[in-house]
Write a protein that binds this ligand. Structure first.
Ligand SMILES: [Zn+2]
Length: 177
């Protein structure tokens, strides 16, 4: 599903507003990209949530599931997207009224959202890139990822070690200058 941005931030520009808008936009983008792969990213094809041979992600939301559990990639993405949707819908985190204060942990929540969205990109690139190519979606995927990574770098939203599974690709996007 697509969540429409509800935030009326245009008048009172702030970093938090940028974070709100973008979290919704990037969430929708990843949702659409991954949505084209659901018939290929199955529990049989992807029994664990990996990003190449060296990285495997286990799911915990810290609330209902505190100890990380090993789940298939589609289950992981389902948990992840549901979790993000819950955060975006939570008015105490993403206030929808103009001028309503953002909570003190706002940036932490946004960082966790971006960290988790990155994992979906990492899985798509490592496990489904050939399929993306055959669907002629690679230019779109690359554009979305480039936009995503430039944004996260600009606002320092993802720790460097989290980016390791796609390090080479990221270096090719961010040409040092
Ligand atoms: Zn998969």
């Amino acid at each position: 599903m697509i969540i429409l941005p509800k935030y009326n931030c245009a008048v009172t520009y702030s970093h938090n507003c940028v974070g709100s808008f973008s979290a919704v936009d990037f969430f929708n983008q990843v949702n659409l990209l991954y949505g084209t792969l659901t018939e290929f990213c199955t529990p049989e094809n992807c029994p664990t949530m990996t990003a190449g041979p060296k990285y495997e992600y286990r799911w915990a939301d810290g609330v209902q599931i505190k100890k990380p559990i090993e789940v298939s990639a589609p289950k992981y993405v389902e948990y992840l997207m549901d979790w993000i949707e819950t955060q975006l819908d939570d008015e105490s985190i993403f206030p929808q009224k103009l001028g309503a204060p953002f909570p003190p942990n706002f940036k932490d929540v946004v960082k966790t959202i971006f960290k988790r969205l990155f994992r979906v990109y990492a899985h798509i690139y490592h496990s489904h890139f050939q399929k993306i190519v055959s669907l002629k979606e690679e230019a779109h995927l690359n554009t979305c990822f480039k936009h995503f990574i430039l944004f996260t770098c600009e606002f320092g939203l993802i720790d460097k070690k989290e980016l390791a599974p796609l390090q080479e690709l990221i270096e090719s996007i961010i040409v040092p200058y």
